[in-house]
Design a protein. Structure first.
Length: 267
């Protein structure tokens, strides 16, 4: 039986739309962080990265760690993307937890990747894999729900209404808020990459645990602002969180550049 023309059109639109639904923060947010980072890499670091990735830019390499989720043999990398914390932790409690952390999570694996990439003994394939993982995970730990709470799976179990459509809180921060700005990753990076020299110098010297404390503080505010199930989030939420989100993307890029410059510095 031949389908009516309007039904065929709707099916075609749905088919074309599906891929883009899955290509949100993974493609855009991480690439923004990578694009910002590229502006602060030393010439020596750029040359070392080229030896590993060739013409693949930092921005384009930033999504590999999400793309490999489709490979069952690499499912063990999933815990590398986040680090769970209890709510209401003080700064001292937060750092004490990280100091004793031995679990498989974003914090321990970032430190592992830094140490491995500083070695001269890695083969080319492993070096490329570790570099792509590091680039991605640095972006992850600047998204507040990636340092969220275990009981709600980093906001995945918290349902909200984003402009009348049901999402979870994690998805709002992964996808909806950043996509709402309707910019390409190069446009976005150009728009936000204007730190003061003082801020850039401070951020460039911060440790991984300090980055994550800053993200955790934002996560606590994000949690506190959700007062009820299916809370409506719209223009006001965008107004309240656009600047904090942009700062996290900017910090992520500057932190990533500083980390890469340290890994590949002349020794």
């Amino acid at each position: 039986m031949k389908l009516p023309r309007i039904l065929r059109s709707l099916l075609l639109i749905s088919f074309l739309y599906i891929p883009f639904q899955g290509m949100a923060w993974g493609l855009l947010g991480h690439r923004i962080v990578g694009e910002v980072a590229d502006a602060y890499l030393t010439r020596h670091t750029q040359k070392e990265i080229f030896k590993i990735l060739g013409t693949e830019s930092v921005a384009m390499a930033s999504n590999w760690a999400d793309f490999i989720k489709s490979d069952p043999s690499k499912s063990n990398y999933s815990p590398w993307h986040y680090c769970d914390f209890k709510g209401g932790a003080s700064e001292q409690e937060f750092h004490t937890f990280l100091d004793a952390d031995t679990t498989v999570d974003a914090y321990t694996k970032l430190n592992f990747l830094v140490a491995e990439l500083k070695k001269n003994t890695l083969d080319q394939e492993t070096k490329a894999m570790y570099l792509r993982l590091l680039i991605h995970i640095v972006g992850d730990v600047h998204q507040p729900m990636h340092v969220g709470r275990a009981e709600d799976q980093g906001g995945n179990k918290i349902k909200v209404m984003w402009f009348g459509v049901s999402y979870n809180l994690h998805s709002v921060w992964d996808n909806q808020l950043i996509n709402f700005q309707q910019l390409s990753y190069t446009e976005y990076a150009k728009a936000i990459n204007h730190p003061s020299e003082a801020d850039r110098l401070v951020w460039s010297k911060e440790s991984i645990s300090t980055w994550m404390w800053g993200t955790y503080q934002l996560a606590e505010k994000v949690y506190a602002d959700i007062k009820q199930p299916d809370q409506k989030l719209d223009y006001r939420y965008n107004y309240d969180y656009l600047a904090p989100m942009n700062q996290q993307l900017l910090k992520g890029g500057i932190h990533l550049a500083a980390l890469l410059n340290d890994i590949f510095k002349k020794r």
